[in-house]
Design a protein around this ligand. Sequence first.
Ligand SMILES: [Zn+2]
Length: 479
Amino acid sequence: MVIRLHNSLTRSLEELQPLQPGRVTMYHCGPTVYSSPHIGNFRSFLFADVLRRFVEDQGYAVTQVMNVTDVGHLTLDDIEGGEDKMEAASRKTGLTAWDIARKYEAEFHACQQALHVRLPHHMPRATDFIQEMGVIIDDLLQKGVAYQRNGNVYFEVAKFPAYGRLSGKVLDELEAGARVAVNEEKKDPRDFALWKVDAKHQMQWDAPWRDGARGFPGWHIECSAMSTHYLGEQIDIHTGGEDNMFPHHECEIAQTEAHTGKRFVSIWLHARHLLVDGTKMSKSLGNFFTVADILQRGYTGLELRYALVRVQYRQTLNFTLKGLDEARAAIARVHGARQRLVRIREGREAAGGDDLDGAVASANAAFTAAMSEDLNVSEALAAVFEFVNVCNKAQPSVAGAKAGLSAFARFEDVLGCFGPEPVPGAVADAPAELQDLLAERTAAKQAKDWARADALRDRIAAAGWRIVDTAQGPRLEPV
Ligand SMILES: [Zn+2]
């Protein structure tokens, strides 16, 4: 099926047409590793994960690269001001910039694991690509689109007329913004740094080109070097959060295309900011959550993942703790339906005659249609829950149970937020009070007090549990 995605560059839905048939290359701007990852970061990273999973589901071989920014990302990067985020964190904590980077990179990987992210094929660190950045910077200097001032190297925006096309920022606006930080070295306030010299900076390298000064790279050049290294000069899809669009992606396009002379990216995708309790997440408002904060509150990574992927990436997603409870209930509903199908497949519950063929086909078709249209996860989830209802009402045959389970396995493969297939025979322990009710019901049945036995069964059902008669006696399973 054709996959259509909203290209931020053309502001329209475009068909995914990979440069190489059957293969899709993706680059995602990854974390800047100076603090604990928060849930807003992960909205964007989980979107990238679901995108990769769905493109694979549609039969493409995907190569996915996500970088780790461990140098050069300034606290005021849009105006090239402030200080390197690693250095700022170092000053606050007493750890070195290198230690900060490694500490939070490890935390990021732990969060990926907790949130069931399928690991990208490559996750390079910027600090391991200084040589490759040097090659591009040298080339841009040779071509005369970059210039050196006191060891600093700037990209000359005037030499790249398409600058501003992605973000739609017009020249006047850019110039007005740039005036905030007047830098006498720059020919034009819009010019951005490729290489910086700062004797106090902890992370320093000899410039990997002739006549260069010791220094460190700008943030933007990192992504150009790492994406071209792993994926070549042209890539199919590049993603990031909406705040990456300007200046970061605008600069990536300018320097990469000036270097290669080719179109850098076919489709640019940008995930919207996450809102928390209806407003932008901020520490001062008390609505700032790291991934660890949510896990510490007793929610699982699966529940957090569900809450962060359930809305299409370009729509506003308002995160609330109540939304996590809803995620828990939604996952339980899917789990319950799968559990019953597993019981039927394993002969633990009587099979009916329904092969579920029609239901499976229409659920898969609706799911694919929703995902193919710019990754509409909310609609895809609606298809999943419609399928849950159909399964719960049906009397599936063994073949039907298998077919139903394979559909659920596919939905899980793409969205990753329902968990693995329930293990046959594994039953969650019911609360003690329900166990007591079950024992009372067994006694009532033995006493042939059918009315009381039925009333007890209804009370158990009202609590969300069902009684299953087995050779070892009755037991409780969640509905
Ligand atoms: Zn980037």
